[in-house]
Design a protein around this ligand. Structure first.
Ligand SMILES: NC(=O)c1ccc[n+]([C@@H]2O[C@H](COP(=O)([O-])OP(=O)(O)OC[C@H]3O[C@@H](n4cnc5c(N)ncnc54)[C@H](OP(=O)(O)O)[C@@H]3O)[C@@H](O)[C@H]2O)c1
Length: 319
């Protein structure tokens, strides 16, 4: 197995793996594949063996279930993990931010969080209060660094004027490139790290699905934009390009898609959700893949065509 690569996150010395572990998969609500506790712990432990030290969770992933399993997995190895979690939705006052953090600390069985992120921006005034709360937590030492997620440039400016921000977590995949100017802004003007999420487009880029695939009623992909009838054929053309490129290197389309995101300018780490140890191992191996210029161009052309033709949605999930 190739060895993991690391980068310093944003303006800090915090060393994070360029492939991060998405922990939304450890919750019934966001999981596509059901897993036992033993399955989840096996994924988390294997992630550490593979050198994946950045783990991203949130209180909303299974209403605390994901944080609880992460809390079990870090016992005895807390110092080897860069633990990133988020502030609970709707917790926008400084007092509520502190409450959310205390609850996370309890579930995670630790006395500090490495990166505490505002999960989604609220209205401007509420963002300000949330960031004041976050900054207080950094000053107490319960949180090492403050991060945000899904913030636009104006919201980033406002956030950084209240509290030093280490990272912005943003969606970024061959089929979702709307934030490229923002990613450049984070890196160039502010030295803020970008944690890219959903690099597989929630699975559409893995090559496992076709136009006929039907998901069970509870499955999150029923309202994920890439699987909508008007979008799916367009997204599957990008998957075909990833498959075609992958065949030249003995790689899966998923590995090609992860590598593409990881290699884009301004990306610190790619947060991939893995539902099994074999998926995790495959995703971790994407770290050392080098594609030649012609293959990168082929992927870029497929992605450009998708971006030009696919309807633009506000988020990846629209009912
Ligand atoms: N900040 C935010 O607002 C936000 C939003 C979304 C996600 N995130 C973070 O980003 C992480 C990943 O995002 P995501 O789950 O939306 O999307 P993703 O990483 O694009 O897709 C993950 C899914 O792809 C499938 N998969 C993964 N590796 C595979 C492989 N090697 N071969 C075949 N299939 C594979 C799995 O599907 P199956 O389960 O069906 O096997 C997995 O659930 C989350 O866990 C979370 O930490 C953050």
């Amino acid at each position: 197995m190739p060895s993991m690569h690391y980068t310093k996150l944003g303006w800090t010395d915090l060393s994070v793996s360029v492939i991060a572990l998405g922990c939304a998969q450890f919750s019934e609500q966001f999981s596509k594949t059901q897993k036992s506790e033993a399955d989840m712990l096996a994924i988390l432990r294997r992630a550490l063996d593979l050198g994946i030290n950045l783990w991203d969770t949130a209180p909303s992933y299974g209403n605390g279930v994901s944080e609880t399993i992460v809390g079990k997995a870090i016992q005895g190895c807390r110092d080897q993990v860069v633990l990133a979690t988020k502030i609970k939705y709707g917790h926008t006052t400084p007092e509520a931010v502190e409450r959310s953090c205390e609850e996370s600390l309890r579930r995670l069985h630790t006395d500090y969080i490495d990166v505490l992120q505002v999960h989604w921006p609220a209205e401007q005034v509420l963002n300000e209060q949330t960031l004041i709360g976050l900054w207080r937590l950094v000053q107490t030492g319960k949180v090492r660094y403050a991060g945000v997620s899904n913030f636009n440039q104006d919201q980033m400016e406002q956030a950084a004027s209240i509290c030093p921000i280490i990272s912005n977590q943003l969606p970024y995949a061959l089929v979702w490139r709307y934030d490229e100017p923002l990613i450049r802004y984070c890196g160039a003007s502010r030295k803020i790290g970008v944690l890219a999420y959903s690099p597989l487009g929630e699975g559409i880029l893995t090559g496992r699905y076709d136009e006929q695939t039907i998901f069970p009623p509870h499955d999150v992909r029923n309202h994920c934009v890439f699987f909508k009838p008007a979008v799916r054929p367009l997204a599957l053309k990008v998957t075909d390009a990833a498959r075609q490129v992958g065949e030249r290197y003995g790689l899966t389309p998923a590995q090609v898609a992860i590598t593409w995101t990881a290699h884009q300018p301004g990306i610190s780490s790619v947060i991939v959700g893995s539902s099994s140890v074999p998926q995790l191992e495959q995703n971790a191996a994407a770290v050392s893949i080098q594609m030649d210029k012609e293959d990168e161009a082929l992927l870029a052309a497929a992605s450009d065509e998708y971006m030009a033709k696919a309807p633009r949605y506000r988020t990846m999930w629209e009912k």
